[in-house]
Design a binder for this molecule. Sequence first.
Ligand code: FAD
Length: 396
Amino acid sequence: MSQQFDVVIIGAGAAGLMCAFQAGQRGLSVLLIDHARKLAEKIRISGGGRCNFTNIYARPEAFLCQNPHFVKSALARYTAADFIDLVTRHDIPFHEKKLGQLFCDRSAQDIIDMLIENCHQAGVTLRTGCAVTQVTPTNGLYEVVTESGHISATSLVIATGGLSIPKIGATGFGYDIARQFGLALVPQRAGLVPLTFTDEMKQRCAVLSGLSVDALVSAGKTEFEEGMLFTHRGLSGPSILQISSYWRESEQLTVNLAPEHRIGDSLKADKKQHPKQTIHTALSQVLPKRLAADILASAQMEGRLADCADKQLAALGDLINDWHISPSGTEGYRTAEVTLGGVDTDALDARTMQARSHEGLYFIGEVVDVTGHLGGYNFQWAWSSGYICAEALAAR
Ligand SMILES: Cc1cc2nc3c(=O)[nH]c(=O)nc-3n(C[C@H](O)[C@H](O)[C@H](O)COP(=O)(O)OP(=O)(O)OC[C@H]3O[C@@H](n4cnc5c(N)ncnc54)[C@H](O)[C@@H]3O)c2cc1C
C-alpha cells in the first residue's frame, strides 16, 4: 500500500522547508523527506552559526546563472523584505553586519525553529532519516520508493541542494533525478571556496597564515573589495570566496593589496621626504608589518629608501597594487559554501520552477544552476524559488 500526498518534497533544507509550509498553508497535503536525521544542517552552520539569512540589496546581478534573467521572476515575487517580514513576525532579533547582510542576533537555530514551526502549523508531514531509493512517473503521479515505504504524489519537488559539505548530507541526488528525466545539467564546481596554491605562494601563505587585509581581487572585469585572509593552504576571506565563483582553473587573478594607495608613487614621495627611513618602515605604514616583510623578501629589497632606485620602488608598487597570482585549485566541496552549475534553467519555467518537459516535477534552491554572491543571496534564492514553487503547486 502506498501513501498518497498532493506534494512530495525531497530535501528539507532552506528551499524545501520554505516550499513545504507555503504549500501546506495553501491547503495541500505535503510530505517533506530528508535522508539526514537532523533537518537544515546547512542553515545551522551558516553565517558562522548566525545565518546570514538574506541581503537587503538582493538583485539579479548578484547571481551567477547561464541565463541571467532566470532569477528575476522569483526574486521579484518573494523579496528580501518578504523574508524580513516573516522573521520579524516571529520576533527573531537580527542586525545588518555590512553591505546589506542580515544575521540573527542569537543563532541560526532561530531560523530553523521558525521554518519547522511553520511546517507544523501548515500540517506538513516531516520524515527525516529517510532515504529515497527510486522515483518513477506512473499514470500522472510520481511514485517515490523510500526505506520506509512507497509514496505517490501529484507533484514532486526536488530540493536536495548542491554538493558542498558532504559530511552533513550533501549528495548529487537532485542531479541524478534531473538526468533520469532527461533534463540538461550545467557542469558543477565548488564556489565561494578558499583557493589553494602549490608553488612558492603556498609557503608564503603558510608563513602569513592568520593575517587578514582589505584587498581588491579581480578576475577579468569582475572584482570584489573585501577582506582577504592568508591560510596554511592558500587564500580565503570574503574577497577570495567571492572571486572563486568566477575563477577558472589555470586562470590568473589580480590582487591589489592597498586599494587606497598608489604604492610606487607614495614610496617615491617618501624617499624625497625621509630618505633615511627604511623601506620596511615606509611600507608598514600601509600594510601589516609581516606582509611588508614578506613582500620585501620576495622582491629582494631592504635598507633605506635613499638606497632604492625609483625604478625599483615602482616595481615594488606593482607587486602590491597589481599582484598576479595563479591558484592551483580550490579546497573543493569539503569547505565550499555553494555548488555552481546544476539543473539547466533552460529546462525550467522561471515563474514556477517546473520542468518544462515534465508536468508536476519541480527543482528549487541550490540544485538549480543559480548561485548567489556571498552575503545572504543564496538563502534568498532558496526562499524565493521555494515560495514561487509553492504558489505554482497550489495553482495546479
Ligand atoms: C558553511 C556554509 C555557510 C553558509 N552560509 C550562508 C549564509 O550565511 N548565507 C547564505 O545565503 N548562504 C549560505 N550558505 C549557502 C546556503 O547554505 C545554501 O545555498 C542553501 O542552504 C541552499 O538551500 P537548499 O535548500 O537548496 O539546499 P540545502 O540547504 O543544502 O538542503 C538540501 C537538503 O537535502 C537533503 N538531501 C540531500 N541529498 C538527499 C537525498 N539523497 N535524499 C534526501 N535528502 C537529501 C540534505 O540533507 C539537505 O537537508 C552557506 C553554506 C555553507 C556550506
